[in-house]
Write a protein that binds this ligand. Structure first.
Ligand SMILES: *Cc1c(COP(=O)(O)O)cnc(C)c1O
Length: 346
C-alpha cells in the first residue's frame, strides 16, 4: 500500500458504542519544554508518538511529575465544552510548586488543552456516548542523578475518547474501608495530583476488587478515624438532609467536581459542611456518594468496615445523589442553563 495518503477525513469511523474507559490512541498531542529557572514559552502540536527521554530523567527516577484529568464533551447545542478548566490549570500550578517544577501559566495551559481538543475533534464522542478525556502532564524530563529538581521540564497534553463511566446508568457500588493502607500523610503530597501518589493505591484497589468491592475507602493516616477519599474520588454523605464532605487538610485532593457539588448543593438549599467525617458517622448516614471527573457522581450502595456492613437506600441510588448527578451532568452538557458559568467552549 505504498504511496497511499490517508487524509484525516478519510480515516476509519469510530465505533462509539464499543468505547470503554481504557486508552485509545488519538491523532495529535501538545508538547512544551522549559529549562529550570526560565519562563515557559508556548509549545507546539505534533502527531501523537512515543517520547524520547533520558534514562536519568527526574520523572523516571524520582517521580517528579504531576497530571491533570479533564473532559471535553459534546454539548446539547452541538458545541464541544470543557468544565471549569481554569481550576485544573491553577491546581497544576499549586502542584508544580510543591514538586519543585516551574508552574505552567494559566493561559498557556488553557491554550494547550483547547488546541489538543481542536486537533482531535473527530475523537469527541456524540453526546451521551462518552467524552474526550484530557490528560495534561508536567514532568522533570531533564537528566539528574542526585535527588533534586531536574534541569528541564516537559508539559504535554494528550487525549483519549472514553465511553460512559456507567454503561447502564448510575448504579450503586460496594466499598470497603481499609484498615491496612493509607493514601496520604500530613505534610506529604496527598493534596497534589503527583504521579507518585497513585501506584501505591493499585494493590489495595486490586485486593478490594478481588473480594467483590469496587474501591477502597481510605481513612486518615494520623487518627485512622476520619474518611479521606474513595480511591481517587472525593467522598460525600447525606444525613437527615445535611451533606458532609471531608474538609481539605492537605491530605485530600481538592477535586473540582467536589467544589462544584458543594456549590450546586448549597444553591439548591442544602446545608453542606466541609468537616471531619468519622467513618462511624458515614456508616450511619442515609446516602453516600463519591465524585470526580471520570464518573462525575458515583452512588455508594454498601460500605464494609471490619465486621460491619451497611447498605444505603436498600441498594438503590439515593434521591440527593441522583438529583446532584442529574443536575451537574445537565450543566456540563449544556442540557440545562449554565447558571454558574462553568462550561467553556473549545
Ligand atoms: C483527580 C482526583 C480526584 C477528583 O478530582 P476532580 O477534579 O473532581 O476530577 C479526587 N481524588 C484524587 C486522589 C484525585 O486524584
Amino acid at each position: 500500500m505504498s504511496g497511499v495518503v490517508i487524509l484525516a477525513e478519510a480515516r476509519p469511523e469510530i465505533d462509539w458504542d464499543s468505547l470503554t474507559f481504557s486508552f485509545t490512541q488519538t491523532d495529535r498531542m501538545y508538547v512544551a519544554k522549559c529549562d529550570i529557572g526560565e519562563e515557559w514559552s508556548p509549545g507546539s502540536m505534533r502527531d501523537f508518538d512515543d517520547l524520547r527521554i533520558s534514562p536519568a530523567a527526574g520523572v523516571i527516577n524520582y517521580g517528579q511529575g504531576l497530571f491533570e484529568g479533564m473532559k471535553a464533551q459534546r454539548a446539547a447545542d452541538g458545541s464541544v465544552v470543557l468544565f471549569r478548566p481554569e481550576h485544573n490549570a491553577r491546581r497544576a500550578q499549586q502542584g508544580a510548586k510543591r514538586l519543585g517544577m516551574p508552574p505552567v501559566p494559566e493561559e498557556m495551559f488553557l491554550d494547550a488543552v483547547k488546541q489538543t481538543v481542536r486537533e482531535n475533534l473527530r475523537w469527541v464522542p456524540p453526546m451521551g456516548k462518552g467524552a474526550l478525556y484530557i490528560r495534561p502532564l508536567l514532568m522533570g524530563s531533564g537528566p539528574i542523578l542526585g535527588v533534586a529538581p531536574a534541569p528541564e521540564y516537559t508539559f504535554l497534553v494528550f487525549v483519549s475518547p472514553v465511553g460512559p463511566y456507567f454503561k447502564g446508568g448510575i448504579t450503586p457500588t460496594s466499598l470497603r474501608v481499609s484498615d491496612e493502607f493509607h493514601r496520604a500523610a500530613p505534610g506529604g503530597s496527598g493534596g497534589v495530583k503527583a504521579i507518585g501518589n497513585y501506584a501505591p493505591g493499585m494493590i489495595p484497589s486490586k485486593m478490594a476488587k478481588k473480594e467483590g468491592y469496587s474501591e477502597i475507602i481510605y481513612l486518615d493516616a494520623a487518627n485512622h478515624k476520619y474518611i479521606e477519599e474513595v480511591g481517587a474520588a472525593n467522598f460525600f454523605c447525606v444525613k437527615e438532609g445535611r451533606i458532609s464532605t471531608p474538609e481539605l487538610t492537605g491530605t485530600i485532593l481538592p477535586g473540582i467536581t467536589r467544589s462544584s457539588i458543594i456549590e450546586l448543593a448549597r444553591s439548591r438549599g442544602y446545608e453542606v459542611k466541609e468537616e471531619k467525617v468519622e467513618v462511624g458517622y458515614a456508616m450511619d448516614a442515609d446516602e453516600c456518594f463519591c465524585v470526580g471527573t471520570a464518573a462525575v457522581v458515583s452512588s455508594i450502595g454498601k460500605i464494609q468496615h471490619g465486621d460491619k456492613v451497611v447498605e444505603y437506600c436498600g441498594g438503590e441510588v439515593g434521591s440527593v445523589t441522583m438529583q446532584l448527578y442529574e443536575e451537574l451532568t445537565a450543566i456540563q452538557q449544556r442540557r440545562a442553563p449554565d447558571e454558574f458559568g462553568w462550561t467553556v467552549s473549545v
